[in-house]
Ligand binder design. Structure first.
Ligand SMILES: NC(=O)c1ccc[n+]([C@@H]2O[C@H](COP(=O)([O-])OP(=O)(O)OC[C@H]3O[C@@H](n4cnc5c(N)ncnc54)[C@H](O)[C@@H]3O)[C@@H](O)[C@H]2O)c1
Length: 430
């Protein structure tokens, strides 16, 4: 039975299920981080839901955003999920090697209680990895139905009214929307026929939406950016958003590029390099998976600079993005941006950015915020594509038209939506 728009309104103070499809580096850094914050041995830096203040707050009596929006408390989050490989969240976090072993040992009892349910694997969509913890069903429709049962059982076992599903699996190979993705009946028939244009991530999305769960796509793959999923989300009163968390290099790009354009400086080139050595990097070493990431990384600059309006400044721009898998660095990614800009009379200048970041440390707080914001949006009766969450994504999903990429404009949209959500939340408690 789908969650009715207002059904969960009275439950903001109840527990919230967070189901992670793909329990690797970013997912386990989220789970471990939440546990560390709960135990007061870590701070939730980078998380708006935990640290931001309400818009226009009174400085004499600052109000935390989480109170203003009536967000679920992190003490009330219940984690679960799926993976195609066995091992608890502790084992996966050890493998990912993002967090210090000493910290992981302190969190071990809690992390060991979170173990993945068997997942769905299709080697056509993930070629640099193998699946060893798989559902026995071989038909896509049966697999999706099994995922629905998992969600229902998880909610019932933990006495949950509401759950959100976050797709955090490996980047699937690049694909584009096809005939099977255009509507519910055709998608269902296609699943029954094991249609090759249906990726595993779409099965998680379909199952989540059928169960009335909000769905977040943290990766660059299509997943919920399809007509069938938008239709389903609206029908089942579920918010959806994606694609690809805006963490390191693209985040900085969407801070710098608007400044260059606002000054009417020209750009001849923007060359972006990355080295990383985590499992995500190994998967992206496959050119077909990298194509998904490349599309999402390239799109931001074009949208911000609008070369069609400013051909004199940006029509000749050469924008290139490279990602190299380099095992010694693990999750500690390094990126270089060489920006060739043009000033007064066309004189060339350069900006160099060298960002030594940590991939999953940047991603985990975004996942937390997205889980809490989509849950709050659902309680406020919002469904379908949540364009106001563009702030969090490299390639924001929109219902129609162009997505907004400029980080400061995205932040204004976020604040405007917070004000509306706060009004809806006040309406509920009144
Ligand atoms: N780390 C970042 O900053 C960042 C930023 C944006 C997007 N992402 C995206 O997030 C995703 C996860 O990144 P990560 O660093 O955690 O990768 P990871 O390789 O550490 O984890 C991915 C996990 O997903 C599992 N998996 C793969 N296919 C699955 C399936 N069909 N069903 C269930 N589980 C499946 C893998 O077994 C693995 O445990 C990637 O697609 C990545 O591109 C990461």
């Amino acid at each position: 039975m789908p969650l009715k728009p207002n059904a969960a309104r009275a439950d903001a103070s109840e527990r919230l299920g967070v189901l992670l499809a793909g329990m690797g580096a970013i997912s386990t850094t989220l789970i471990a981080g939440v546990e560390a914050v709960k135990q007061n041995i870590g701070r939730p830096l980078g998380s708006l839901s935990q640290l931001a203040l309400a818009p226009d707050t009174d400085p004499r009596k600052p109000q935390p955003l989480r109170d203003y929006l009536h967000l679920n408390r992190i003490e009330d989050l219940v984690f679960g999920g799926w993976d195609i490989n066995p091992g608890s969240a502790y084992d996966a976090a050890r493998r990912a090697a993002v967090l210090e072993p000493g910290l992981l040992e302190q969190l071990r009892p809690q992390l060991e209680t979170v173990a993945p349910m068997p997942g769905i694997y299709d080697p056509r969509y993930l070629r640099r990895s193998e699946g060893r913890l798989l559902k026995p069903e071989s038909n896509q429709f049966d697999q999706a139905e099994a995922l629905r049962r998992d969600i229902r059982e998880f909610k019932s076992r933990h006495h949950l009214q509401q759950a959100v599903v976050l797709w955090c699996g490996s980047t699937e190979v690049f694909s584009t929307p096809g005939p099977a993705h255009q509507g519910q009946r055709i998608f269902e028939a296609a699943m029954k026929a094991n249609d090759p244009s249906i990726a595993p991530s779409m099965l998680y999305a379909w199952a989540a939406l059928q169960e009335g769960c909000a769905f977040v796509n943290a990766t660059p793959t299509l997943t919920v950016d399809l007509p069938v999923m938008i239709e389903l989300a609206e029908e089942h009163h579920a918010p959806i958003c994606g694609k690809d968390l805006k963490t390191g290099q693209t985040w900085l790009k969407t801070v710098l590029a608007p400044g260059i354009r606002q000054r009417m400086l020209g750009l001849a080139g923007w060359f972006s390099m990355n080295i990383l050595g985590n499992q995500d990097g190994a998967v992206l070493d496959d050119p077909a998976a990298f194509r998904s990431k490349e599309e999402s990384k390239l799109s931001a600059l074009n949208h911000i600079l609008q070369p069609e309006l400013y051909p004199e400044l940006y029509a000749q721009l050469s924008h290139q993005v490279k990602i190299n898998y380099y095992p010694p660095r693990g999750d500690n990614k390094e990126s270089w941006d060489t920006i060739d800009l043009l000033g007064w009379l066309g004189y060339p200048m350069q900006i160099k950015v060298n960002f030594l970041c940590r991939d999953s440390i940047l991603a985990a707080p975004l996942l937390l915020d997205l889980a809490l914001f989509t849950a709050a949006a659902q309680r406020a009766g919002r469904a379908g594509v949540q364009e106001w969450l563009a702030f969090f994504f490299k390639s924001p999903q929109v219902r129609a038209g162009r997505p907004e990429h400029d980080l400061s404009v995205q932040y204004q949209h976020l604040q405007a939506a917070w004000k509306q959500l706060a009004k809806a939340a006040v309406g509920v408690s009144a």
